[in-house]
Design a protein around this ligand. Structure first.
Ligand code: GAF
Length: 390
């Protein structure tokens, strides 16, 4: 995020609202290295922040009104959306404005005084790519309001308020990973997060120094979590926990998995969901142990195992995601898996730096042969979490 970009966002704010903003903030999108669909099961995740950010120029208002504008939405009018205090009703807004509006609603619901705000947003996080563009929007607005109104909310709690905005206001039943990643990640690190007690550990993650790279391949297949499939998986996991008599699937130990699956009898779908979640939590722990032992290359097969589990057991992959994984591995990648909620979005591919171009070319060639839209490929560099720029 360059200073020039922050200045441009502030300038646009001034043109829209007639006076300069009180500040400019940024919050990143994320990729998840490993730990998928574990965050609403009390389990482990391991995301890191991307250099792509949502940037917000913000000023306070005293009349309760929220005025919102996005540089990225072409609404044909380029207009500012004005939301009166009594119009903040959960489920009432089906547009992008539901994310920032939901944050104001969640802050007020939690008892914080947020009299109003003028907001201009500009984001470089690709939308619908499984890279948490919506969490970045929520977190950047929450951080700005937290700072401007002196609310004193710490980062983890701020992330949980953003999750509440997404669950209760927007209506997407997502977990806590994305907002925590955006709010809490640190430059050069992946975040090992326990989603049960919210404890965190920053794990140094410098692939370049070891001669490797993590490619992100955006399949350009758009996904959405307010649709039914994500919610169905979540409900299935909750049913599994109930049948097994545990609070959450996190409580099923990896070495007790076979016995648990047996107890589920002929509940075939639930058995698959349970197997994914329990083995995925174990894969996160294995990944952390390997990284801490300096055995970074050895995480490749763990990532690939994770993809197979998401494809075959959790069933959230799609042909385009599978093709990226298969073609990247065939071209010599160390490991690959879909990242994020699935049903489209992106894949992370661990490669030797020297092989990055060849692997990228192989994926592009496979997509062209399948007549899929050309994917977008970039190297993911662990970047800072949300912060004030100006
Ligand atoms: C989406 C959700 F927002 C996260 O909470 C998480 O469940 C993820 O899908 C799957 O791991 O990104």
């Amino acid at each position: 995020m360059s200073e020039a970009h922050a200045a441009a966002v502030a300038e646009r704010f001034t043109a829209l609202y007639g006076a300069g903003p009180e500040g400019v903030w940024a919050a990143p999108g994320r990729v998840n290295l490993i730990g998928e669909h574990t965050d609403y099961n009390g389990g482990f995740v391991m995301p890191f922040a991307l250099p792509h950010t949502a940037v917000a120029a913000v000023s306070r208002r005293t009349d309760g009104v929220l005025r919102l504008h996005s540089a990225d939405i072409d609404d044909g009018e380029g207009g500012v959306v004005e939301i009166a205090p009594d119009a903040l009703v959960p489920g009432s807004d089906k547009n992008w404005t539901a994310y920032p509006a939901g944050v104001v609603w969640a802050l007020r619901e939690a008892g914080h005084t947020v009299p109003g705000a003028d907001v201009h947003l500009a984001s470089t996080v690709p939308t619908g790519a499984g890279l948490s563009s919506s969490a970045a929007l929520e977190v950047v607005v929450a951080l700005a309001l937290n700072d401007l109104y002196g609310l004193g909310i710490e980062r983890g709690a701020l992330a949980r308020l953003c999750q509440r905005a997404e669950n209760a206001y927007v209506g997407a039943p997502t977990g806590i990973m994305d907002q925590t990643a955006s709010a809490c990640c640190e430059d050069g690190h992946a975040l090992f997060l326990d989603t049960r007690d919210f404890s965190q550990r920053q794990i140094p993650f410098d692939l370049a120094a070891g001669g490797m790279r993590l490619l992100v391949v955006d399949t350009r297949v758009k996904h959405a979590h307010s649709g039914g499939e994500y919610g169905k998986r979540r409900a299935g996991c909750e049913r599994g926990a109930e049948l097994l008599g545990v609070t959450a699937l996190r409580d099923v130990a990896h070495d007790a998995l076979d016995a648990a699956l047996e107890r589920l009898g002929d509940e075939e779908e639930v058995r698959r969901l349970v197997r994914h979640v329990v083995t995925e939590d174990h894969r996160v722990e294995r990944t952390v142990a390997l990284l801490e032992a300096g055995e970074t290359r050895a995480i490749g097969p763990v990532l690939t195992e994770g993809h197979a589990s998401l494809r075959d057991d959790f069933r959230v992959s799609c042909p385009e995601l599978d093709l990226v994984v298969e073609s990247a591995l065939a071209a010599g990648a160390l490991g690959a898996r879909m990242t994020g909620g699935g049903f489209g979005g992106s894949v992370v591919v661990l490669v030797e730096s020297a092989d990055a171009d060849e692997v990228t070319a192989a994926v592009e060639k496979a997509f062209a042969a399948a007549r899929y839209t050309a994917p977008r490929v970039f190297t993911a560099v662990p970047s800072p979490g949300a912060r004030r720029l100006v």
